[in-house]
Design a protein around this ligand. Structure first.
Ligand SMILES: Cc1ncc(COP(=O)(O)O)c(C=O)c1O
Length: 386
């Protein structure tokens, strides 16, 4: 019954849209080994370089030794551990909210929390470039989904003004994962307040990166108290795995009852929680990591601009090198690999057709020479591509 698959895969291949897995041998880091070659890794979300930090690793080992490998059940059954509550308290403190609730991943948060807040008869307003998991969460909610143009506050204002829905929720990425630009949060907060809409902010790429203490975009703009739902992930800058919602205690109480992706899944394993707690310690005590990341980012941004790429609006260590057609992006990625750099080509449906790109990202563990080496290799590759 699955005999249709090979032809469909060939069709994807012909359009330059086939995706395949490529295992790295060894650990995540600024250099990774793929197919026996050491490559400078410019596509990880391990922004603070914590994924293989010995402190996170040791915390995970100790928690596993003490508490076991798995939580064994959903939180509401018998998987709820002291360690989950300890991490939730730490996350709420970091975010500056009254409470926080752990989920298995950022995907789980977005897929389940939107539907816990709005449903049939309600409306959700979503930036067109929001992450796929928000898009799926909107669809699953069965609310009326209204998509506004990327960062278009006037468009959003018009949609909100004409909506007669019972409850309204505006959902936006804080930092957009494929472009590194930020939502116009101040204007969106004002609009939500004016129209009585709830605000849902996805801080997956900004947690640990933006703001005076690394709490994210809302902290950077002093807007935390005016955002109803803040989500963040533990799997990017915080070097572990899992995710969370931060907000009021009432919000958390409600999600415990109604977020299906919280209720109907196994609790996070102890190792992930302990590693995340260790990451929060590092975030609080080593601001120099973020300073290093900032300096590297400025270097990369200036170099890419000198090569003619627009970095307008980029606020995070994510740099879109937009090349256009899928095959051009794939070829650029292949040629860069020959020169010792691992940068993935990002193609539709992850990005709009005609905007295939290299999504270049940096971590605090990179060296300035690796940035310079990449810029020189990219210049070479662009000349080869014509
Ligand atoms: C904006 C955004 N939200 C949510 C997620 C999902 O987070 P996780 O990887 O923890 O599932 C991602 C991951 O790529 C993302 O980029």
């Amino acid at each position: 019954m699955l005999d249709w698959i090979p032809a469909e895969l060939s069709a994807l291949e012909a359009k330059g849209l086939r995706r395949t897995l490529e295992p790295i041998a060894g650990a995540q880091g600024p250099v990774v080994e793929i197919s026996g070659r050491a490559l400078v890794n410019l596509c990880s979300n391990d922004y603070l370089g914590l994924a293989r930090d010995p402190r996170l690793r040791d915390a995970a080992v100790q928690a596993t030794t003490r508490l076991g490998a798995g939580a064994g059940a959903a939180r509401l059954v018998v998987g709820d551990m002291d360690l989950h509550h300890e991490l939730e308290a730490r996350l709420a403190r970091m975010k500056g909210t009254g409470a926080a609730l752990l989920f298995s991943s950022g995907y789980h948060v977005n897929a389940g929390v939107v539907g816990a807040l709005v449903g049939p008869g309600d409306a959700v307003f979503s930036d067109e470039w929001n992450h796929a998991s928000i898009i799926d969460g909107c669809r699953l909610s069965r609310a009326d989904v209204q998509v506004y143009r990327h960062r278009d506050v006037d468009g959003l204002a018009r949609l909100l003004a004409s909506s007669r829905a019972r409850r309204r929720l505006v959902a936006t990425d804080a930092v957009f994962g494929m472009d590194g630009d930020a939502a116009p949060l101040g204007e969106i907060v004002d609009l939500c307040e004016r129209h009585g809409a709830m605000l849902y902010l996805d801080e997956a790429h900004s947690t640990g990166v933006l703001g005076p203490t690394g709490a994210g975009l809302a902290e950077a703009l002093g807007l935390t108290a005016r955002v109803d739902v803040l989500m963040g992930t533990l799997g990017k800058a915080l070097g572990s795995f899992g995710a969370f919602v931060a907000g009021s205690p009432e919000l958390v109480d409600w999600l415990v009852c109604r977020a299906r992706t919280f209720v109907f899944t196994t609790a996070l394993p102890p190792a992930c929680c302990a590693a995340a707690i260790a990451a929060l310690d590092v975030l609080a005590t080593e601001p120099e990591r973020r300073a290093r990341l900032d300096a590297l980012s400025r270097r990369m941004k200036a170099g890419l601009e000198a090569l003619g790429f627009s970095m307008r609006g980029v606020v995070a260590p994510i740099f879109p090198v937009v090349l256009g057609e899928e095959r051009r992006a794939l070829e650029a990625s292949r040629l860069l690999r020959q020169r010792g750099f691992h940068v993935k080509a990002i193609r539709p449906p992850t990005v709009p057709p005609g905007t295939s790109r290299l999504r270049v990202s940096l971590t605090a563990s990179h060296a300035p020479a690796q940035v310079d080496g990449f810029l020189a290799a990219l210049k070479d590759v662009l000349a080869a591509l014509g």
